[in-house]
Design a protein around this ligand. Structure first.
Ligand SMILES: [Mn+2]
Length: 286
């Protein structure tokens, strides 16, 4: 059995199909993890949602900020933003089934055999594995409850910006959600900065990528994540970042998680030259 992780798709359905073909993905034998943000901004979010759901147990996906935004918009708790491409889902005949399925997806997945953890964005430095799992479960429990719609009324916002064990109520759930789905930079004491979105080196003084915070309590885990297209593909110190900006005309990337760390990339089809191959492959043993 091969286990792969694929970065943020954001509605790039053609590239997803090309990548699954490139890795010879076999749903009967293989498993694929998705870093979340299946939808939005790209051209074919509805098709992506249907395709990933149809993979059934062979696919594991964690929720990203765009996935949560879709659910909030569908519940009437957020307006569509400029650049959103969610209309086809919202008006689809199978909309309710697709959204109900999406709402059941986790914020985090951990595979003990692979010593590997999947999140959309990151983890605060104060959380070890057990804490991260417990926090993910708090939000997942609300999302899976009958009362889930109220969550979206309180989800948006950048506060609180630092973890405290005694955070409670919506502030606690918002912080947890922001950690898993929006985090890029924080300072050594774990205060988040959501304004900085560029590549490392462009952030305000005193802030670091979350995975470079000295002594973070989750540094023993191999963490696979997406969300950060300006970071691109990085494999270092037990982190694998996979958002390679397919949406922005770059690539959609898969990495094999077991046996070796082979990397597979397909080019964004918008930049494909007629008559040339649609795929490129790089192999790098780790
Ligand atoms: Mn994201």
């Amino acid at each position: 059995m091969a286990v792969y992780a694929i970065g943020d798709i954001q509605g790039c359905y053609a590239e997803l199909m090309n990548l699954l073909e490139l890795i010879h993905f076999d749903p009967a034998n293989d498993q694929v993890w998705f870093t979340g943000d299946l939808v939005n901004r790209g051209p074919a979010s509805l098709q992506v949602l249907r395709a990933v759901r149809a993979l059934g147990d062979s696919a594991i996906t964690v929720l990203g900020n765009h996935d949560l935004h879709l659910l909030a918009v569908a519940e009437g708790h957020a307006p569509l933003h400029k650049g959103d491409t969610l209309d086809a889902i919202l008006t689809a005949p199978d909309r309710d089934e697709l959204l109900a399925w999406l709402r059941q997806q986790p914020l985090m997945h951990h595979d003990p055999a692979l010593h590997t953890t999947l999140v959309h964005a990151g983890l605060p430095p104060q959380w070890d594995l057990a804490m991260a799992q417990a926090c993910a479960k708090e939000v997942e429990t609300v999302l899976r409850s009958d009362d889930y719609a109220r969550f979206f009324q309180h989800m948006y916002g950048n506060q609180p910006e630092v973890w405290r064990d005694d955070l409670a109520g919506w502030d606690r759930l918002r912080f947890i959600t922001n950690s898993f789905t929006r985090l890029r930079y924080c300072d050594a004491t774990g205060h988040f900065d959501f304004k900085a979105k560029g590549e490392p080196g462009t952030q305000p003084e005193g802030y670091l990528p979350w995975f470079e915070i000295p002594g973070r309590r989750n540094e023993n885990l191999r963490i696979v994540f997406g969300h950060w297209s300006t970071l691109g593909l990085r494999r270092e110190r037990n982190i694998v970042s996979l958002d390679t900006g397919c949406l922005w005309g770059k690539q959609l990337t898969a990495v094999r998680l077991n046996r070796n760390a082979t990397v597979f990339c397909v080019e964004c089809s918008q930049h494909r030259h007629p008559g040339s191959g649609t795929s490129t492959m790089e192999t790098t043993a780790r």
